[in-house]
Design a protein around this ligand. Structure first.
Ligand code: SF4
Length: 696
């Protein structure tokens, strides 16, 4: 049926940034049955393998059901009293920057809002960052440089309306499967549509591609600079649109200095790509982690944006640059100021007027003037002992951070570590002094924003397991116990959303893009019934797409083209570490597998950690298919099963990010990824380590 049946609850998938709608129904035995929501605009009833299996991941066998202190079950009163007391005492003795929160793009917007309000507004430190830093911080930095704020201009429908879709560093088929299905369906209905995949590796997404450009890792800037030079040489700029843009000459000057040689692509491939791009006005350039997770990630984003700005191919149906985010609420986290250098509603931490607005709205004692440490730096400060009390919420950094051994050791040596999660069975939870049971998917109630600015409700289908509480509720109670009674006097997610919506109206009055004032004052019933809604939502209605006629969020309203020059990855390959290591997701697992590994059918896809290695390289090393290999460099090592395939180029290897295990031997690939970051965005270079491979 096209509509919700009796007992079905409308909610949203817990995984990727596509943000698919789900109709879920309690099965009467503690679990749920589910199907795709035919009325949700992101998926129109579709779900991928992970979404379909969500109901199989809700078992309670490893659930954290009660608070624990040093391994002993305690009541909430004892646990939260201890957390508030230790944070207060640490701040009193060592100042506000001696404490930190590390949060997650899995949090709901309301959780995220309260965490940021507590740290930035009341504790008075910017020591809060999120695992979204590992996912799309380079896009945020690129958007802010070009547009003046972190705005995604287009919608998913643009991929279906385009005549050319260029997927850069995106294995959409595995990482955003329902969006891939929509693209595949559009191409099947309109075979003239062209798809280009730009990726060093031949991924499953290449099955749909008319052209696969297997460029050298890290050379995306050179490719798009080459395109910009071709746009200019062929008179393909849009002079009228360029009146909304600043910096064309400088960006073109930088672009002309590159000849594309560093891309590793042939002259013919480069010419064919440019010809296709120039011939199709309706072009969408989709980009994801292959662009973002790089020491030049921000420049890669701006190289892409430059081409769309120069041609005015932005904000109109079927055209524009399009960032697809990894996590279910990476976008909500961006909007709510979840990064160490931002404030709620796309306000800027380092802008005095923005700080004043938020401080007065929150009636907060102090808001820090400088950005806090980004994720890699935050854990560096933990390692140095400068951060003495750390609260990790809904994420597993001992596995997922680069330089994971060092991060594990830093957390292990920290004076006071609190972990809020659904389970005690993670490598990070095992390092905690205090474990706080949080509600999980199916129990949580709040909102998320997907990659096309669509705000959707996650609704509770089941009661909380054991004594689990919502993250916003736990954070608010700690805030009250630290003395800020009124500021954290929330009784529901709806109240938090209402406050957030009101703040967005003030931010919009200061010229910011994120405006959901039209959703303020919904009240409990309006919030409960909120349908999927794309922001902005003002009294005048909504805006489907941004920037078709300029209107950027810079002081003069014009976009900025940024001159960028290609830089190779930071790690150099050489005789001792000859392989370039790419990392990424597989189709049926999510993050560090705390949820997806519970579903037997998801484990059947690819059952153990592996290393894709080219047949010629395997032969040279004497590595037989399916034998074990050791991947190592000065950062660390891990053990993987050799998967000999020409999907990867010679000299390159690929490994999945999901497998855990903090003691050797393990398949935890982030143990060999160094903590090198993009200088602007702070996003780690997760796809370009230099490694040695040996038979194990
Ligand atoms: Fe969930 Fe993403 Fe799959 Fe949709 S595409 S069902 S949001 S994992």
């Amino acid at each position: 049926p096209d509509t919700a049946g009796p007992g079905e609850v409308r909610t949203t998938c817990a995984y990727c940034g596509v943000g698919c709608g789900i109709l879920a129904r309690p099965d009467g035995a503690g679990g749920i049955t589910l199907r795709g929501d035919p009325e949700h605009p992101a998926n129109h009833g579709r779900l991928c393998s992970k979404g379909f299996a969500l109901g199989e991941t809700l078992s309670q066998e490893d659930r954290l059901l009660a608070p624990r202190v040093d391994g002993q079950e305690v009541g909430w009163d004892t646990a939260l009293g201890l957390v508030a007391d230790r944070f207060s005492r640490t701040i009193a003795e060592h100042g506000p920057d001696s404490v930190a929160f590390y949060v997650s793009g899995q949090l709901l917007t309301e959780d995220y809002y309260v965490a940021n309000k507590l740290m930035k507004g009341f504790i008075g430190s910017a020591n809060i960052d999120t695992n979204s830093r590992l996912c799309m911080a380079s896009t945020v930095a690129g958007h802010r440089r070009a547009f003046g704020t972190d705005t995604v201009p287009g919608t998913y429908e643009d991929l279906e309306l385009a005549d050319l879709v260029v997927l850069v560093g995106s294995n959409l088929a595995w990482c955003h499967p329902v969006l891939y299905q929509r693209l595949a369906a559009a191409k099947a209905a309109r075979p003239g549509m062209k798809v280009v995949v730009v990726d060093p590796r031949r991924t499953a997404t290449c099955d749909l591609a008319d052209m696969h450009l297997a460029l050298q890792p890290g050379s995306d800037v050179a490719l798009f600079n080459r395109l910009l030079a071709a746009i200019d040489a062929n008179g393909a700029t849009d002079p009228a649109y360029l009146s909304h843009v600043e910096g064309y000459d400088a960006a073109l000057g930088a672009a002309r200095e590159e000849d594309g040689a560093t891309t590793g692509l042939s002259t013919e491939e480069l010419a064919a790509f440019c010809k296709l791009w120039l011939a199709n006005e309706r072009v969408v350039t989709v980009f994801s982690q292959g662009v973002n997770q790089s020491s030049s990630g921000s420049d890669k984003v701006n190289a892409i944006l430059n081409c769309h700005l120069a041609t005015g191919r932005i904000g109109r149906p079927g055209m524009g640059p399009f960032s697809v985010t990894g996590q279910p609420n990476a976008m909500g986290g961006r909007e709510v100021g979840g990064l160490a250098n931002t404030l709620a509603c796309h306000l800027e931490l380092e802008n005095a007027a923005h700080r004043d607005l938020v401080r007065s709205f929150w009636d907060a004692p102090a808001i820090p003037e400088a950005a806090g440490p980004k994720a890699v730096d935050l854990f560096q400060r933990v390692r140095e002992g400068r951060i003495k009390a750390l609260w990790i919420i809904c994420t597993n950094p001992a596995v997922s951070m680069p330089d994971a051994d060092a991060v594990r050791d830093a957390i292990g040596a920290c004076d006071f570590v609190v972990v809020s999660d659904v389970t005690d069975d993670t490598d990070t939870a095992r390092l905690a002094h205090v474990l706080l049971p949080a509600t999980g998917w199916g129990e949580k109630d709040g909102t998320v924003t997907n990659s096309e600015r669509m705000i959707s409700r996650q609704r509770a289908v089941l009661p909380p397991a054991g004594q689990a509480r919502a993250d916003w509720d736990i954070l608010a109670e700690v805030g009250r116990r630290m003395g800020w009674t009124e500021a954290f006097d929330y009784r529901s997610a709806a109240e938090i959303f209402d406050e957030y919506a009101a703040l967005s109206g003030l931010a919009a009055a200061m010229g910011r893009d994120f405006d959901i004032l039209g959703l303020a004052g919904l009240g409990p019933s309006g919030y409960a019934a909120l349908p999927p809604t794309r922001w902005p939502v003002t009294a005048q209605g909504t805006t489907e797409r941004f920037f078709a006629k300029g209107g950027f969020f810079t002081p003069d309203g014009r976009a900025r083209m940024v001159p960028v020059t290609a830089r190779p990855p930071a790690a150099r390959t050489g005789p001792r570490h000859p392989f370039r290591l790419n990392t990424g997701r597989i189709r049926d697992q999510w993050h560090t597998m705390t949820r997806t590994a519970k579903a037997p059918r998801l484990n059947q896809h690819l059952g153990e950690p592996f290393l894709e290695i080219h047949p010629a390289d395997a032969a040279a090393l004497g590595v037989a298919p399916a034998t074990l290999v050791r991947v190592a460099n000065p950062t660390g090592s891990c053990i993987l099963r050799a998967l000999v395939t020409d999907r990867v180029q010679q000299g390159q290897v690929f490994a999945p990010i999901h497998w855990t295990g903090v003691t050797a031997p393990s398949g935890r690939i982030d143990a060999v990824v160094p903590g090198v970051t993009d200088p602007l965005s702070g996003q780690p270079e997760s796809k370009a380590a230099a490694v040695a491979v040996t038979q194990w």
